[in-house]
Design a protein around this ligand. Structure first.
Ligand code: F6P
Length: 323
């Protein structure tokens, strides 16, 4: 590998810039040429590719978003699109690729490696933490800390009015943001897709708390929960618990922005550095993760296919701590 391309793809996440910076500077250290590919796979197709130097990544480690921009590319699903994209890499002699993103972005990298033999390394960049083979994904810690700050604020006003608040957090099909932010804010109920709490159980626990005159209640619901999110939950709870004064807050894209936490900057830096080391050492077509504080390399096709499993004791703990 002598010339590498770097791109961010899918939903942005805080810390992507730190990962870009680490990959670019490590590559330059080893004498490689580095190219930034803009707007994910769209920019690869449209030839939005720019050579980078050390200064291109100055003053970005603390910034959210991604300086390379990002997109979810439909055209890249077609072989035609991928051929066009690959031709743009060949034109510049790019012979290695670092892809920072989530599951969909990994699929693009896998296709490139399979169809053209292009060495690819994937970095887990998503606030959802829904990837196999890593304890951390770039952006999760920042997103979950943002959610915690917001929910703490909601608790203040909930307390002042003795209200029930249903707070919806992101996560797509995964409940990690809900689980972590819910535990950290002492939520009475946490609704996640991985281990579904029925709405009947929520009603039972809230009416029991109502009897005990426990009036501040927080329910954190993952957007991917089968209830259809916070509005769906609120509708049922209002009908069943008319005495409770219920409000809904949907945190939304606020969870995607902001300056990355120390942890996100650190893991992004480690992963970006090891992505280039991997390309140079011939460890190709892997996702670079961190497990038990050590770097861990999962073949991309396994990272795409497998799901992270939630440990058994989480929801039991949630119930005990919120009682
Ligand atoms: O994957 C990150 C994420 O923020 C999910 O949590 C959410 O479901 C989705 O992206 C939102 O996508 P968009 O920004 O395209 O609305």
């Amino acid at each position: 590998v002598t010339k590498i391309g770097v791109l961010t793809s899918g939903g942005d996440s805080p810390g992507m810039n730190a990962a870009i910076r680490a990959a670019v500077r490590t590559a330059l250290y080893y004498g490689l040429e580095v190219f930034g590919i803009y707007r994910g796979y769209n920019g690869m197709i449209e030839d939005e590719i720019v050579q980078m130097d050390s200064r291109s990544v100055a003053n970005i480690i603390q910034r959210g978003g991604t300086i390379l921009k990002t997109a979810r590319s439909k055209e890249f699903y077609n072989e035609e699109g991928r051929k066009k994209a690959y031709a743009n890499l060949v034109k510049r002699g790019i012979d290695g690729l670092v892809v920072i993103g989530g599951n969909g972005s990994f699929t693009g990298a896998y296709k490139l490696s399979q169809e053209f033999g292009l060495p690819c390394v994937a970095l887990p960049g998503t606030i959802d933490k829904d990837l196999y083979g890593t304890d951390f994904t770039i952006g999760f810690d920042t997103a979950v800390n943002t959610a915690v700050q917001c929910i703490d604020k909601i608790r203040d006003t909930a307390d002042a009015h003795d209200r029930l608040f249903i707070v919806e957090v992101m996560g797509r099909h995964a409940g990690y943001i809900a689980l972590h932010s819910g535990i950290a804010t002492g939520a009475e109920n946490i609704l996640i897709p991985e281990e579904e709490t029925t709405i009947e159980e929520v009603i039972a626990s809230l009416s029991e708390k109502e009897k005990r005159k426990k009036l501040v209640n927080l329910v954190v619901v993952a957007e991917g929960h089968s209830s259809g999110g916070a509005n769906g939950v609120a509708e049922i709870l209002k009908a069943n618990l008319p005495n409770l004064d219920t409000r809904v807050t949907i945190l939304g894209h606020i969870q995607r922005g902001g300056s990355p936490t120390c942890l996100d900057r650190l893991i992004a830096s480690r992963m970006g550095y090891h992505a280039v080391e991997s390309l140079l050492e011939g460890r190709h077509n892997v996702m670079v993760g961190i497990l038990n504080n050590a770097m861990h390399y999962t073949p991309i096709e396994i990272a795409i296919r497998e799901k992270q499993r939630l440990g058994d004791d989480w929801m039991k703990m949630v119930k005990i701590l919120a009682s």
